[in-house]
Design a protein. Structure first.
Length: 448
């Protein structure tokens, strides 16, 4: 186990020392009246045995599955678990909700004590921390031995996240991404066609400049500039990827953003924030009708449905010669290597990530497809068209949706990066100097 990871969970060992294990109680056996005596029949060469011993009934395998889905999503996951159990009478999966904010601590504590669940669906960004403990089961052998399972049907940019140090540890189960949202009312007020969003960086900047109204406090495009942390990193990565850049190198051991592509992306954003279509400020202007455009995620349908203005969704604009890009979140499913029955656990993972189950899951929850077989499914696309047509750009954006680096040090990296990059967003440091400083800060984190 990496010494740095070990130090991060050793405190949990101390917490466990005060705990005592509780054994399960055994149910009392009810008394049964003995039957009347039967005449004894002596066995002979030609006399068959009076009775054969009853065949033993094999107890079903019992597995525990942790996740943080509640409310309607929780009802849906329970229904799917029930469906799996009904189809597999030799396996019983117990569905256990754990609050998102407590999940990491609970999992680390359970790994230390050996009381971890068999299966978990977890926010993808948290998985590398558990993989680093050595407690997560690699899935390559199960995939290779299962002719019915097609890992290539999962969107490649999403599925490659789960490969760490040459082994695959999880499978995507739910996802979301970000695209451009624009206020049609503000577009119309600025003399822009409310039905035509920008497709390129140049168009986006020009429309933002035309739509901004400094007297009324309206910005053309709202960027996330404060506070430092994942908000800045999460959104800037989109512009970096669209410009052909990368955040970390292939094995996540060093920064890779201090390049011409990275400089082009940061220069574009910083220039707009200098009053050319945008300006720094607290996040939330779009919801107050003080921003014409911003990046937002597929989760917005839950809180923008009753917005007092007309809005639309479009793919993230790309630079000339570039390609649209996005950033994804969501949960991936895995098993621990001390699962009570690994074959049964794999069977559950396969069921939950199958195209059939995923179709039901996505239509019931509004999560985006993790598989092309769902994203291109006519039934699913008809459901999108009937339910919320504005969701289509999120679906069509999945092939271009990247994941953040799969490193257990990601949050430290993100903090270090954002602190330096913010200085450029606020106009306090040139993009080139900010990138150089961010590179040094990130590499320092990764070299520890």
């Amino acid at each position: 186990m990496n010494s740095k990871i070990f130090k991060s969970i050793i405190v949990l060992v101390v917490l466990l020392m005060g705990l005592t294990a509780c054994g399960g109680e055994t149910a009392a056996t009810p008394e049964v009246e003995a039957p009347a005596a039967e005449p004894v029949v002596e066995a002979t060469a030609t006399t068959a045995s009076v009775s054969e011993p009853a065949a033993e009934t094999k107890e079903p395998v019992k597995l525990t599955f942790w996740n943080n889905w509640d409310s309607k999503n929780g009802e849906t996951i329970q229904a799917l678990v029930d469906e799996f159990n009904a189809q597999n009478p030799d396996i019983v999966v117990e569905n256990v909700f754990q609050p998102y904010g407590e999940m990491t601590t609970l999992l680390q504590t359970s790994v230390v004590s050996g009381t971890n669940p068999d299966l978990v669906a977890l926010d993808l960004i948290l998985i590398p921390q558990l993989v680093a403990t050595g407690a997560v089961e690699p899935l390559d052998g199960y995939i290779a031995a299962d002719a019915e399972f097609d890992i290539n049907d999962f969107y490649p940019l999403l599925a490659e996240y789960d490969v760490m140090d040459g082994a695959r540890y999880a499978i995507p189960m739910s996802t979301n991404n970000m695209q451009l949202i624009w206020n049609k009312d503000l577009f119309a007020a600025a003399g822009l066609d409310p039905e035509v969003p920008p497709a390129t960086w140049d168009e986006m900047k020009a429309m933002a400049e035309q739509c901004q109204n400094k007297e009324q406090g309206i910005v053309g495009f709202e960027y996330y500039t404060q506070p430092t942390g994942e908000g800045i990193t999460w959104q800037f990565q989109v512009w970096l990827w669209a410009n052909g850049g990368e955040f970390l190198n292939a094995d996540n051991t060093a920064a890779a953003f201090n390049t011409p592509e990275g400089l082009g992306a940061l220069t574009f954003v910083s220039d707009m924030l200098a009053g050319n279509g945008s300006q720094p400020g607290p996040w939330g202007l779009f919801g107050e009708q003080k921003a014409c455009m911003q990046l937002d995620g597929s989760w917005l349908f839950g809180y923008r449905a009753d917005a007092p203005f007309e809005w639309g969704i479009a793919p993230v604009p790309a630079p000339e010669g570039g390609q649209t890009a996005s950033n994804v979140g969501g949960e991936h499913i895995f098993m621990f290597n001390n699962a009570k029955d690994k074959e049964a656990a794999w069977k559950f993972i396969k069921f939950m990530t199958s195209a059939e189950t995923q179709l039901k899951w996505d239509m019931a929850t509004g999560f985006l497809p993790v598989r092309k077989a769902v994203g291109e499914n006519p039934e699913y696309l008809q459901w999108v068209n009937d339910t919320e047509p504005r969701m289509l750009p999120f679906v069509e954006g999945m092939p271009y949706a990247h994941t953040r680096p799969a490193t257990p040090y990601y949050f430290e990296v993100s903090d270090a990066f954002s602190r330096e990059i913010q200085l450029s967003l606020l106009g306090e440091k040139s993009p080139a100097d900010a990138l150089a400083a961010a590179e040094a800060a990130v590499n320092e984190v990764l070299s520890q």
